[in-house]
Ligand binder design. Sequence first.
Ligand SMILES: CCCCCCC[C@@H](O)CC(=O)SCCNC(=O)CCNC(=O)[C@H](O)C(C)(C)COP(=O)(O)OP(=O)(O)OC[C@H]1O[C@@H](n2cnc3c(N)ncnc32)[C@H](O)[C@@H]1OP(=O)(O)O
Length: 304
Amino acid sequence: MGSSSDSALCTDPDLLVSHRFRRFTVFTYNERDVVLYALGIGACGGDAVDDKELKYVYHGDGQHHVKVLPTFVTIFPFHSEGIKGMPDLQFDPSLMLHGQQYIEIYKTLPTNSRIQNKQAIAGLHDKGKAAIIELETSSYEQESGEVLCMNRSTLYFRGAGGFSKSSQPYSYSNYPQSQVSAVRIPKSKPAAIYEDYTKQNQALLYRLSGDHNPLHSDPMVAEIAGFDRPILHGLCSLGFAVRAVIKSFCNGEPSSVKAVFGRFLLHVYPGETLITEMWLDGSRNEDGRCSNGYVALRHIPSSL
Ligand SMILES: CCCCCCC[C@@H](O)CC(=O)SCCNC(=O)CCNC(=O)[C@H](O)C(C)(C)COP(=O)(O)OP(=O)(O)OC[C@H]1O[C@@H](n2cnc3c(N)ncnc32)[C@H](O)[C@@H]1OP(=O)(O)O
């Protein structure tokens, strides 16, 4: 720490954390966006269409709207300024990875809405070999002005550390450390395991929901970034995992979910199988090198 290098994320970290984003960015979504997103995270993507998941992509006569999956809100930040316009920021986009995502949902998600996003820097960390930015996006329904959800996105910049000015590592956070640290994987047997496979075209389908990072579609960009081929969006894997939780513990009801945290520790190639192991409030006693996280539910179904 302490010596800023040519590849360091910034020269003045204090300037970066004091950055103020434009007050609001506004966008509209509708049922088509909701359905496209659900297909992008594998809903009804098995060999046979799962009847229980049909409600995420289609509504029959008895139902007026499709049901919105909770992780749909993770696409909201992509309708914002993001980090691009921040002062004093330099990085190689091919070396940026999505490290973590935390979301809170405050209301049942509407099938269409006009949304206002407000963004803030929630954290900046110098890890020596890497730099981390935590970007927070609060989203409000424009009509009512009520807050609908919050996303905290952790961006991991490989090779971009070393910007600390003092001998101490630079670490700024608006939040208690506990909210951004990893979840430990319990030793006990999982309460449920759900296996799902991603398709070869999963990332190409998922990108239509708003994350057009070429790391997920362009073989040359993927190679420069150090991968054999384009990798899956972290938020797509997270969508698969939360869908598994809803299927296993919420009887398919997406509005049961009130918060989600996910840490991406391994990249996924489209076509690979995702195994989601789930514990009910697991005892946290063993670390494991696999992506991990938790889902907070409004209530645990009485059948469990
Ligand atoms: C507006 C919204 C914008 C959203 C933009 C999204 C853009 C997307 O298009 C991009 C993507 O989706 S990329 C795909 C998804 N992500 C991945 O595949 C990353 C997988 N993870 C890795 O490869 C490694 O964990 C890796 C490389 C991340 C880290 O591995 P190592 O270099 O081996 O690090 P390690 O030595 O284990 O740890 C160094 C310090 O960093 C912390 N850390 C590790 N993994 C982290 C992670 N995933 N998230 C946050 N912090 C992480 C460690 O705790 C350690 O810190 P400390 O030294 O303080 O303990």
